[in-house]
Design a protein around this ligand. Sequence first.
Ligand code: BT5
Length: 268
Amino acid sequence: MISVIGDLSANEIEVKAKGLIGKNIILLETVDSTNTFAADLAEKVEDGTVVVADSQKKGRGRLGRTWISPPGSNIYLSVITKPSIHVEDGTLITVMAGVSCVHALRRSTGLDVAIKWPNDIVYGDKKLGGILTELRTQDERIIFAIIGIGINVNVSLDILPEDVREIATSLRNETGGCYSRTEIIAEILNELDRWYRIMKEKGGSNLILEWQRLNSTLGKKVMVIAGNETYGGFAESIDEKGMLILRLPSGETRKISAGDLKILRHQT
Ligand code: BT5
């Protein structure tokens, strides 16, 4: 098994991991998707095992979208978790991942990174990263959850396809600095470990409060595409399961579990 690829070191991440998450790192030079690799492995490995790749050939976003995953510069990882919670609480896992990434990235870079509902890590209105949570369930319980995290770290935006370049940014693009992926991954995994314990011991309420503090979405006029429906409205809150509470122009509220959200530029 490979243990070092450029600035990625599996051993160093394992040493820096303070808890359960990250004590076992599987480092790959390239893979189709770390999420697919992790899902195939999940039943055979311990809770908290992490798959990290230097590049992905078929990195995935939600709904079959592509995650652009060039080598040598970014973070692509999947954490295998076995939280033993009800499927209905599954979105809390994405909430937990968002909170953990924002804490880790703020600490590592000083940038005022935020979460955009439901799964984006943003700086200003640009996408720095995304989260793809995939669940395996049985009898309404989660057997395992794969938390896929992609973060643009040192990538130069010119090498991204034009449509992505327009909406994306990287840590290096924002600060001019070059970051150690090992350090940032260790920060993310330690934050995940901390919030995973809080979620298992105390439920989701602390996580939701923290998400509300770290998000860039609430209190804004937004447009949400959810399935075949498009809603315009005011992003009022998220509920105890991470669903967005949108106030429509009619005054009614609507709860939305997943979708694509755009913050409208002209806020009145
Ligand atoms: C996401 O999907 O944002 C979830 C991305 C999760 C990626 C990680 S990497 C490790 C793990 N293994 C995987 O295979 N996936 C996970 P979504 O909200 O559907 O956003 C996808 C959209 O983001 C694309 O359609 C592009 O518009 C844009 N995009 C693609 N690559 C990007 C990049 N590198 N940086 C910023 N935006 C990107």
